[in-house]
Every structure is written in structure tokens, then in C-alpha cells.
Design a protein around this ligand. Structure first.
Ligand code: IPE
Ligand code: IPE
Ligand code: MG
Length: 256
């Protein structure tokens, strides 16, 4: 039996994978520890999955690390998460660079404490010229926040005469989203047995294949990622067409 990794068809990888990293708190609680212990161990999963994606040749990886709604968690947890974020960024930037990984951040950066903004902008600068995997961290991010921002900016540009409302298309809107330059994720993974989107990339996930696993984020490793990719590769993506049409199109591609 070949390994899971060997079964992956590298010609048909998702270009962009998005992950809702969930279950740190429950993982810790199950071990009789406090929630921050779970977040701390979640960092090891981030490291492992970033490496796994880079090795396979995935082009974009978006990780939902902190939502707009997460600001409402107990102050101690929020502070702990911010400190962990900064510590991780500082420690990992060199590895990102070594592996040619470019960091990108989406979300309301102004909400982050100054020391976190500083660490992030340093890391963004240091990795800016890398050409391998683009690692997109969603921090203080929510999709509704993003859509409101986009609408505001479009309205401003209309008022300034830069945009004609008659010419607004899906591409225009896409360009105003924080993910403007990136393709939509083809695969969205959520760990820890919750079956919801929690305000993540609502527009961009329109045709993503959704994959849910009961594995808690701190236990999620490359093998789990390979399972998700294999599951994705077994699916038929129809985009509104019939299965017969899709098969016909595939045959046409193969015959040319
Ligand atoms: C995900 O794990 C990490 C963040 C949201 C920051 P949780 O902290 O949501 O863990 P659970 O869902 O409470 O187990
Ligand atoms: C979503 O997880 C946000 C992140 C993983 C950063 P939550 O744990 O906050 O989502 P809900 O509250 O269960 O929907
Ligand atoms: Mg959760």
C-alpha cells in the first residue's frame, strides 16, 4: 500500500487551501490544561501544515487564526493569543525565508496591539520577495468586516469618479476584497468537528469543496492534510453543470 502522500495527484492539487484551525481549547481541556496550552500546541500544527503545503507545491494557504468575534473572548486568552502570535512570528520568519515562503495578512490590522503590528510588518517586509508558497494569515478577520470595507471603498471610488457603477462586475468586487490578488480556495478544511463557516471567506468559498474532520487542530498533521487533499481529488466539481457535461469536458481536455 503506497503512502497517502504518494497517492496524491500532483497535477491536480488545489492551488489554494483555506483552513479554519479549530479545537485548541477543547484539546487542552481534555488534557486537564487551560486553553492557552492548546493554542501553544496549535503552533506546531501550523508549522507542520505550512511545511506540508510547501513540499507539495500548493501555491496559497490561508489560515484562520483569529476572528473579529474572537476579540470577545476573555481578556487573558486574547492577550495570550497575541503574545503567542508575536513570539511565533519572530521565531519562524527565518524559516519562512529559508523555505521561500511569502507571508501575507488579511484582517483589521488596526485592531491588533502595536507590538503585534510591528512584528507582522517586519515579517511581511522580510518575506516580501519570496516566490514559493504564499501563507495568508487571517487575523482579526471576518468576512462581513471585509465585505463592509469593500463596499465602503467602492462607494468612495464611485464618489471620486474613479468607478462607474454601471461597470461594476464580479471582478471589480473581487479586487476590493482583502484576497484581491489570490485565486479562490478550492478546498476548505475545518478541524474539530464543527460544521460551520464562522464568518470566514464567505464570498471566496462560493465553490470551494468543504472538508470537515473531528481531529482537533493541535493533533492535525501532514497525514491529515493528505487525507483531505485525496478526498478533494475524489470529488466531481460541477460548477452548476451536469455530471455528463463535466466528463465530456474532461475527455476533450485529455484528447487535445
Ligand atoms: C481555535 O481553537 C483557535 C482560535 C479560535 C483562536 P478554539 O480556541 O476555538 O478551540 P475550541 O473550539 O474552543 O475547542
Ligand atoms: C473560528 O473558530 C475562528 C478561528 C478558527 C480563528 P471559533 O472557534 O471562534 O468559531 P465558533 O465560535 O465556534 O463558530
Ligand atoms: Mg473554536
Amino acid at each position: 500500500m503506497s503512502s497517502l502522500r504518494e497517492q496524491i495527484d500532483l497535477q491536480h492539487l488545489p492551488r489554494h487551501i483555506a483552513i479554519i484551525m479549530d479545537g485548541n481549547g477543547r484539546w487542552a481541556k481534555e488534557k486537564g490544561q487551560d486553553r492557552l496550552y492548546g493554542h501553544f500546541h496549535g503552533v506546531e500544527s501550523v508549522r507542520n501544515i505550512v511545511e506540508g503545503c510547501a513540499e507539495l507545491g500548493v501555491e496559497y494557504l490561508t489560515l484562520y487564526a483569529f476572528s473579529t468575534e474572537n476579540w470577545d473572548r476573555p481578556q487573558q486568552e486574547v492577550t495570550g493569543l497575541m503574545e503567542l502570535l508575536v513570539e511565533t512570528i519572530r521565531k519562524e520568519t527565518e524559516t519562512l525565508n529559508k523555505n521561500n515562503i511569502k507571508l501575507h495578512v488579511i484582517g483589521d490590522m488596526n485592531m491588533l496591539p502595536d507590538y503585534a503590528q510591528k512584528a507582522l510588518s517586519e515579517s511581511l517586509e522580510i518575506t516580501a520577495r519570496n516566490t514559493g508558497l504564499t501563507l495568508i494569515m487571517a487575523l482579526s478577520y471576518s468576512s462581513r468586516w471585509e465585505l463592509v470595507q469593500a463596499v465602503k471603498h467602492i462607494a468612495e471610488d464611485v464618489a471620486a469618479g474613479k468607478v462607474d457603477p454601471a461597470n461594476i462586475t464580479q471582478d471589480t468586487l473581487q479586487g476590493y476584497l482583502t484576497t484581491g490578488g489570490f485565486p479562490d480556495p478550492e478546498l476548505m478544511i475545518r478541524t474539530s468537528g464543527e460544521y460551520r463557516i464562522s464568518n470566514f471567506l464567505l464570498y471566496q468559498l462560493a465553490y470551494a469543496e468543504l472538508y470537515f474532520t473531528n481531529v482537533r487542530w493541535p493533533d492535525f498533521r501532514k497525514e491529515n492534510l493528505y487525507e483531505a487533499i485525496l478526498d478533494y481529488q475524489g470529488r466531481e466539481r460541477r460548477f452548476g453543470k451536469t455530471g455528463d457535461q463535466v466528463k465530456q469536458e474532461q475527455e476533450t481536455v485529455i484528447n487535445h
